[in-house]
Structures are given as structure tokens and as C-alpha cells.
Design a protein around this ligand. Sequence first.
Ligand SMILES: Cc1cc2nc3c(=O)[nH]c(=O)nc-3n(C[C@H](O)[C@H](O)[C@H](O)COP(=O)(O)OP(=O)(O)OC[C@H]3O[C@@H](n4cnc5c(N)ncnc54)[C@H](O)[C@@H]3O)c2cc1C
Length: 384
Amino acid sequence: MNTGFDVYRLTDEHDLLRKTVRDLALDVIAPRAAEIDLTGEYPQDVHDALKAADMLAIHVPEEYGGAGADKIAHCILVEEVARVCASSSLIPMGNKLGTTGLILSGSDELKARYLPAVARGEATFSYALSEREAGSDAASMKTRAVRDGDGFVLNGTKAWITGAGVSTHYTLMAVTDPTRGANGISAFVVHADDAGFSVGQKERKLGIHGSPTREIYVEDCRIPADRMIGEEGTGFKTALKTLDHTRLGIGAQAVGIAQGALDHALAYVKERRQFDQRIADFQGVQFMLADMGMRIEAARQLVYVAAAAAERGEPNLTFRSSAAKCFASDTAMAVTTDAVQLLGGAGYTMDFPLERMMRDAKITQIYEGTNQIQRMVMARALLK
Ligand SMILES: Cc1cc2nc3c(=O)[nH]c(=O)nc-3n(C[C@H](O)[C@H](O)[C@H](O)COP(=O)(O)OP(=O)(O)OC[C@H]3O[C@@H](n4cnc5c(N)ncnc54)[C@H](O)[C@@H]3O)c2cc1C
């Protein structure tokens, strides 16, 4: 495996994007974050604000009417939104997750059919791979797609689908040939208004309360055959290739959550006094802060270097994106936990956002493949 020295340089456009997103996040999203967490309602106002700022789908290529933003730019967008509200960062993240299979493996005709509406913010996509009995072992899925004349008839249930009930479209993986294992899975575009498509109740979760997670059901759902993404039997490969790209976004989300927690912890320790001095002046506190800052910076660099390598089309993306997601999410969990600790009793209350950030951080170690699975993926790449 090539572990050579890779560099990246943030451009003026990246800096401008960061400033624009940070302003939007601080003005519009941050004041809503606690309420979004409390009510668990989908933040349509944040969705609308991101849409108005053309930030729902900046990754869509220019030839399909999008901004064609590079992979580091998308990470910056996600990081800055997650810094104030992890739930809201899932709006552009989920859309990228849902459309990346189409971008990577879809025919020109299929891309031209859907991506312009995604770029305009009129269509949004979710990604439907997991099932209750097929999470880490996603290839053991049971949802079937059976050929029927010029279409396919879908039957089955997908679980834990981010954005379900809000998205207008779904990239759904289903078994077309049960005798061929992972090579018998195909990917399809399903519309929310297709007959036979429905969604379940919202899951009640530890965190990311403003991001709806639901089961989706396809019951004798008939779709035209030309909605297949790529060739028949390539759906699982498309699903995994998608994750190679979008795990960078989880890494960026984790960096953002961790940075947000450090921001609040720093402000607090400079104000809070005990034993007649600022708690920031205790060396024990300073060492914790230093470790938090160090870990966040290391995670950020790993994410950006991986994103730059992905942009250059380097072959070892699988290792890099798993490493970035795994390291950044473990960092987010550790940093948010320490941030709660630094606020003492106050950190444990909902008067401060740290307990929310700690709850939100946890999901980054679980979705798009648990961190155990990331370690398996990395080890496999190393041993190849
Ligand atoms: C909020 C949320 C949003 C999600 N969004 C989506 C989405 O949009 N689309 C989608 O398709 N899915 C989504 N998921 C599903 C998510 O990707 C899965 O939950 C995840 O991959 C783990 O699968 P599982 O829950 O079945 O856990 P399991 O696979 O049952 O794992 C349970 C435990 O066993 C460990 N384990 C499993 N296999 C191994 C192994 N071989 N070696 C070592 N340890 C192992 C795991 O690491 C974990 O600790 C979402 C989940 C959540 C909670």
C-alpha cells in the first residue's frame, strides 16, 4: 500500500466557503441547535437556509448544474455545520450519501435525470443499505428486486435510514440474484411517491435528534428497469465505493462536533473560578485542553489529507477514509466526554450544549460502518 507523503493546500475558495458556512451556522443554526435536539423535529428552517445558500448539494458536478465542489470543500461545509449542530450537518451529508452511488456508477442518462434537481435543492436523496438483520454484514440483506417485464418489483424493509420521510428519492440496494451473494445485489433509484413505498415511525435515539431515522418499506413496489444504477449485480460494490467517499464526511462531522465542544470548554474554563483562581490556570485542566486540541488537529489533518487523496483519485482511498472516520470519531467521543468533564456539574446539564455534543458524537463511531468494521477494513487493506 502506498503510504507516501501526501500534501494538500486549502485554497482561497476553501477559506471563503468556511467563512460563509461559519457565519450561517452561527447566525441561523446555532441559536436553534438546543431546540432541535429537544423537540426532535426535522429542522426545515435550517434545510431552507442551506438551500437558499446553495449548500444542500455542493458536491453535484458542474455538468449537472451543481457547484462541483471538491471533497475538501464538502468536508469544510459539514465540519462547520456540525460544530454547532450535528443534526443539521446530516442534511448535506445525507444528500451526498444518497447521491454518491448515482454519481460514481450511474449512466449519464440517469445522472442527467436526477442530479440537476438535486443541485437546485428540489430533490434530496437517502441511502438505503442496512436492514435489521443485515447491518455490519450488509451483504446478507433480504430485500428483493424481481424482474417483471420492463421493470423490477421490490419487496423488503430497510432499517435506520437517515432522512427517510423527508427525502424525495432513495438509493436502495436489493437482491436481484440470491444465488450470487454480494454479486447478486443491485442498486436502484426509488421515489418517495412510488406506489408500494412507505416509511415507518421515527427511531427514538441517543442523539442527532433532528435527523430523522426510519425504516422504509417496499411492498410490491414496481419501478422501471432503467432506474437501476450501473449494471445488474454491481449494487453492493457501488454501496461500498460510496462509503469510501462519504466516510470522509463522517470524519469531518466528528471533527466539527469535537471542535464545537472544545470551543465551549475553552470559554468556560477561562470564566469559572475555584480555589480563588480560574480553573484554566490549573495545570491538570491545561493538559486536558492540550490533548483535546492536539487530537482534533490530528483528526482534521487525517480527514483533509484523505479528502485530497480522494480528489486526486489515488487508489488507497478505502484505507484512508476508514482511518479518517475511525480516528476522528474516536476523537469526537473522547473530546466531548472530556469537555463535559471540564464543565463539571454544569456540563452534565442541558444548560450547556456539551451533553448534546457528547450524545451526538457517539453515532459517528457507529454509522457508515462501526469502528470495529473500520478496523477490519484497514487491516484488510494493510495485509493485502
Ligand atoms: C442514526 C443512524 C443512522 C443510520 N443511517 C443509515 C443510513 O442512512 N443508511 C443505511 O443504510 N444505514 C444507516 N444506519 C445503519 C448503520 O450503518 C448500522 O447500524 C451499522 O452499520 C451497524 O450495523 P448494526 O446496527 O446492525 O450492528 P451490528 O452489525 O449488529 O453490530 C453490533 C456490534 O457488533 C460488532 N461487530 C459486528 N460484526 C463484527 C465483526 N466482524 N468483528 C468485530 N465486531 C463486529 C459491531 O462493531 C457492533 O459493535 C444508521 C444507523 C443509525 C443508528
